[in-house]
Ligand binder design. Structure first.
Ligand SMILES: Nc1ncnc2c1ncn2[C@@H]1O[C@H](COP(=O)(O)OP(=O)(O)OP(=O)(O)O)[C@@H](O)[C@H]1O
Length: 530
């Protein structure tokens, strides 16, 4: 098998990728937009990427979602785990930069070892137990004391995919709300997320984690058909929304923002780095009280976003990682040589014929390719579903819910679902097309988020990138160099060898498991069998 270096000198086969990409990475935010209190008028709004912007308070549907998600979480938690995530490893360094805390090096915040020691309300702890969390992950252990400290301080927090950032910011919000009866309908915390699927998922976590908190109310601000007609607005304590819809709702006073004291941006680098989303996030922030605690979380904060992030969340405590520390050990990264684009599809069909896979996600570059692969996989008698940004909200909800529940096992999608989605049974991620930055270069951040849909919280996962032509060899090389990882090569013409190699990498990660299975039986069998 040729090495990556060897393959890069191969002539390009001339194939070009489609242009109908949903990836907007690589678009820098206009620095002028970040001037706090700078000139701003509604007339200069960027085009609203979302349609049918509407509020959606907690309702019967959300209740059902919550119970489905609760079940999925519990099911996932009780399934076997294997592999090493590094979550409890001390081998990687989490670099905590404490702004004002640095004045007091003896601050006991660093010695927090359990959820109980954080001083969380007992009803919040009950929610944690309900989720079967027994021990915080490193990011939770490091971030929570800083987040919970008074007076509230801003935070920029980074940790590997699937390491529990959601719980860190949710626990902070639950601990900061005023639950007095007269505040039950008052929005007090706001989370912005880049996709409706992620917003709904975060709402689910809030509702499970806050299940024992008396009087907690929460809801989503995402585009839906019902909400446009909802003139009463969103009168809940925690709102999770996509930036455009949330901005519209605040502007129309459907969401009263005067009492909001915490603003969280999940996938913050992505939101701040995209022209439309970034502008909307800034506008939302400008509509909130000046004293809010701003919390930014992501697995990635590329250098060019860090400066913007620091201006968005001034004087923030920062928890950062070096990019060599970002990959999750439990995710085994493979790539497969394909001489032509046609061979990519054949390879995909072979792969699915070869393995019994728990759940898997196939990432493609364009909506058109997604539909095409869906059709062709169906023709090959593989049951697959497809979700892209062009689908209506209600349709997207049905598709993702079906995938979450395990009814649909294979999801073909674009970058719209590359970030944040947490489905613990996903054992395989296929990069049918490698993510690029729109200028022909690899997009390592998106690659990392995509493969991070597997290997969640210590689980074993496999990612397979399909490579074709000189350009994509160059891209996979850029990605492996950026993260400092070795990727295992798979041949396209020897399926016995492919099978053997995949078995070997899964076995090696299980054998090397040092995962402390605090919420699961560590039998390592939920994933791929061959
Ligand atoms: N302390 C814990 N103990 C056990 N499981 C946990 C703990 N914290 C979080 N989890 C589980 O880990 C999984 C990943 O968590 P989460 O989605 O918050 O990761 P993340 O860091 O936000 O990942 P990403 O960067 O991909 O968005 C979830 O299924 C969550 O329930």
């Amino acid at each position: 098998m040729a090495s990556l270096e060897d393959r890069i000198s191969k002539p390009d086969n001339g194939q070009t990728e489609g242009q109908d990409t949903e990836s907007s990475t690589g678009m820098n935010v206009n620095a002028a937009s970040f001037v706090p209190g700078g000139p701003f008028s509604w007339a200069d709004e960027t085009a609203e990427a979302e349609t049918n912007s509407e509020p959606s308070a907690v309702n019967a549907k959300a209740e059902k979602e919550m119970s489905d998600m609760s079940k999925a979480q519990t099911d996932g938690a009780s399934e076997g785990l294997g592999g090493s995530s590094g979550i409890y490893d001390t081998s990687y360094e989490v670099n905590v930069k404490l702004s004002d805390l640095q004045a007091n090096p003896d601050d006991p915040l660093f010695s927090i070892k359990s959820f109980e020691e954080l001083g969380l309300d007992e009803n919040v702890l009950k929610g944690i137990y309900q989720m079967r969390f027994t021990k915080p992950s490193k990011i939770q252990e490091k971030a929570l004391p800083l987040l919970l400290r008074n007076p509230p301080t801003n935070m920029i927090g980074q940790s590997q995919s699937g390491t529990g950032k959601t719980a860190a910011f949710v626990l902070n919000m639950l601990s900061r709300l005023d639950y007095s009866p007269n505040m039950i309908n008052t929005p007090q915390a706001l989370v912005l997320a880049p996709s409706r699927e992620l917003a709904r998922q975060i709402l689910g976590v809030i509702q499970i984690m806050g299940a024992f908190v008396q009087g907690l109310t929460s809801g989503v601000a995402i585009p839906t058909e019902v909400a446009n007609r909802n003139r009463d607005g969103l009168k809940v304590q925690i709102v999770v929304g996509t930036p455009g819809t949330t901005m519209d709702m605040i502007r129309r006073r459907q969401l009263v923002a005067d009492q909001i004291k915490v603003l969280v941006l999940d996938e913050a680098d992505n939101m701040l780095d995209q022209q439309g989303l970034g502008d909307q996030c800034i506008r939302v922030k400008q509509l909130l009280p000046k004293t809010i605690q701003v919390v930014l979380f992501s697995a990635t904060f590329p250098n060019h976003v860090v400066e913007y992030a620091s201006r968005f969340a001034p004087n923030a405590n920062q928890i950062t990682l070096k990019h060599e520390e970002l990959t999750v050990e439990g995710i085994k990264q493979l790539y497969l040589d394909c001489p032509t684009e046609t061979d990519k599809f054949d390879a995909l069909v072979h792969l699915y014929g070869l393995m019994t896979i728990g759940s898997s996600i196939i990432f493609v570059r364009t909506r058109k390719t997604a539909l095409e692969i869906e059709r062709r996989m169906n023709d090959e008698n593989h049951t697959v579903a497809c979700l892209t940004g062009e689908f209506e909200g209600a349709q997207r909800d049905i598709i993702i819910d079906s995938f979450r529940s395990g009814q649909t096992k294979v999801l073909i999608t674009t970058n719209v679902l590359s970030r944040g989605i947490d489905v613990q049974t996903v054992s395989l991620v296929v990069n049918y097309d490698l993510p690029d930055d729109g200028h022909g270069k690899a997009d390592p951040q998106t690659y990392l988020h995509r493969i991070g849909r597997t290997g969640r919280f210590g689980r074993v996962g496999v990612s397979i990138s399909l490579i074709c032509g000189n350009r994509s060899y160059q891209m996979i090389k850029e990605i492996s160099d950026y993260f400092g990882v070795d990727m295992t090569s798979l041949p396209h013409d020897d399926w016995d060898k492919v099978e053997e190699t995949i078995k070997k990498v899964i076995k090696s990660s299980r054998a090397g498991s040092n995962f402390q299975a605090n919420n699961a039986t560590a039998n390592g069998t939920n994933d791929i069998s061959m």
